[in-house]
Design a protein around this ligand. Structure first.
Ligand code: GLU
Length: 511
């Protein structure tokens, strides 16, 4: 019988979700959708010391914003609720006990001092300083103490942890869907703590138990968890769950733009791109980190960009809607090597999606910006501005920033154009053209163009030498949307006023 695909994204709420984590969530989402399976969000908050208020809400909000919300999770509920590990604490202990009873785990009573002494001793002997098959026999645990002593300590309430008992010499092998066969020798591993002194599980125990109980079929997660995977494989085996052990897929890292090391929060701040999906206001330090959403990225663009950072479609296509990603995605095409983050490419993706986005939807998004600037214009006018400006920019707010002259007279004039092309002769021509345009029957792009051409023919002036100055007079800028369309949209009165007052305004500005 084939099992229904069930995958999970299992972040710890220790801060804002890194964009690499978002990619992990996305690959899980795509895999689940592709195979008609379930995508689960599990909050791994067993480590209360690292808990950060607001981080869980941040995770939910990020997935919602990106339109990749889970099928089951803390917000959605589901058959395996609760989805927050801190609310499942009662369930883990029995499995630790089961492992002890089966001889695969043991009680360890060592104090912090005992552990330090052990580490120093091993370091002095130039041995790996770890609690393992070799060192555990000189420590205070249920393998070295008598049964009576162990029972006495337990009854006495002495503090202890439960550690896994790793075999001394064994190769742990498992097949990773991205990396192929992974083989790790237990001599390289250590007897990890499964249950802590406070009776709470560590990540390893809680993660494996929940993946089993939640019937997870594929564990798709970041490469940083690869070293933990052999331990998890042994836990599945020792708990008797090997038959239904999930398949593993460890995703390579998202690298800094220069490829040297993992993309970090600092890189974003330094190089001017966000590394978090949403803006994050750190509750402790008050530090604010920028987010894709607040920086004007469209969720579709972020998803498309992330999908291609580490996964390669079979052709060279770059633009994929979410549905198309679902269709095309496969773990076989996930790359083993790290993917370099490329800020220019991120902006390029945003531009592509901005171009596709409906003008009326963009209009709704810039409404506030227009109000803040005291600009008022009809819906049709705003949409026409958007239609002209979106080709020129990468982000929605830039439409109003770069196209402000659609709403007010230019406040500055491109210096280069002024220096190169603005002179008395040009001013004279511009005034004449303004006159002609003022008396046009219809102020349309076609009429404007033909009237200008006639003027150029009559005066013998090179039309090219006037185009940029006209644009300058009307918009202040050296470039922009197609000139006659722009002028027609601005309207007769505005254009004539700007053309006839430009000389004075430029002189005032440059004096
Ligand atoms: N809680 C781990 C994390 O924060 C989950 C790792 C896993 O997916 O197994 O990334």
């Amino acid at each position: 019988m084939t099992r229904k695909v069930r995958v999970r994204f299992a972040p710890s709420p220790t801060g804002p979700l890194h964009i690499g984590g978002v990619r992990t969530a996305l690959y899980n989402y795509l895999f689940a959708r592709k195979h008609g399976g379930d995508f689960i969000l599990r909050i791994e908050d067993t480590d209360q010391k690292r808990f950060v208020p607001g981080a869980e809400d941040y995770i939910n909000e990020s997935l919602n914003w990106l339109n990749i919300a889970p099928d089951e999770g803390v917000q959605q509920g589901g058959p395996c609720a609760p989805y927050r590990q801190s609310e499942r604490m009662a369930t883990y202990r029995q499995y630790a006990d089961q492992l002890v009873a089966a001889g695969h785990a043991y009680y360890a009573f060592d104090t912090e001092d005992d552990l330090n002494v052990m580490r120093e001793r091993l370091e002095a002997a130039r041995m790996p300083a770890k609690y393992d098959a070799a060192s555990r026999m000189s420590m205070k645990n249920s393998l070295t103490l008598s049964e009576d002593e162990v029972n006495r300590r337990l009854e006495n309430g002495d503090p202890y942890v439960i550690r896994i008992k790793l075999p001394r010499k064994e190769e742990v092998r498992f097949h990773d869907e991205v990396r192929g066969w992974v083989v790790v020798h237990t001599a390289q591993m250590d007897d990890k703590v499964l249950l802590k002194q406070d009776g709470l599980p560590t990540y390893h125990l809680a993660n494996v138990v929940d993946d089993h109980v939640m019937d997870i079929t594929h564990v798709i997660r970041g490469e940083e968890w690869l070293p933990s995977a052999p331990l998890h494989v042994l836990l599945y085996r020792y708990l008797g769950w090997e038959e239904t052990m999930p398949k593993f897929a460890h995703l390579s890292l998202l690298l800094k733009p220069d490829g040297k090391g993992k993309l970090s929060k600092r890189d974003g701040d330094r190089l001017g791109f966000p590394v978090f999906p949403l803006e994050w206001n750190d509750p402790k330090s008050g530090e604010i980190s920028s987010g894709y959403r607040e920086s004007g990225y469209l969720p579709e663009a972020v998803l498309n960009m992330l999908a291609l950072l580490g996964w390669h479609p079979s052709d060279n296509r770059e633009l994929f809607s979410l549905d198309e990603l679902v269709e095309a995605f496969s773990l076989e095409k996930v790359s083993k090597s790290g993917a370099k983050f490329d800020a220019d490419k991120a902006r390029w993706f945003n531009h592509q999606y901005l171009m596709q986005k409906d003008n009326s939807l963009i209009a709704a998004e810039i409404k506030q910006q227009l109000t803040d600037r005291d600009y008022s214009a009809s819906q049709d006018y705003v949409e026409a501005v958007i239609g002209m400006m979106k080709e020129k920019v990468n982000f929605i707010p830039e439409i109003v920033e770069a196209g402000y002259f659609f709403f007010e007279d230019p406040t500055s004039y491109d210096e280069k154009v002024v220096n190169k092309r603005w002179n008395d002769d040009v001013v004279k021509h511009i005034t004449n053209i303004a006159d002609r345009w003022n008396s046009l029957e219809e102020f349309s792009a076609e009429m404007l163009e033909s009237s200008f051409k006639t003027y150029a023919e009559e005066t013998g002036i090179n039309p090219g030498s006037l185009m940029q100055p006209i644009r300058l007079a009307v918009s202040g800028a050296a470039g922009g949307p197609p000139i006659y369309d722009m002028i027609a949209l601005l309207g007769r009165e505005t254009v004539v006023r700007r053309m006839t007052s430009a000389d004075e305004r430029i002189r005032l500005g440059s004096s």
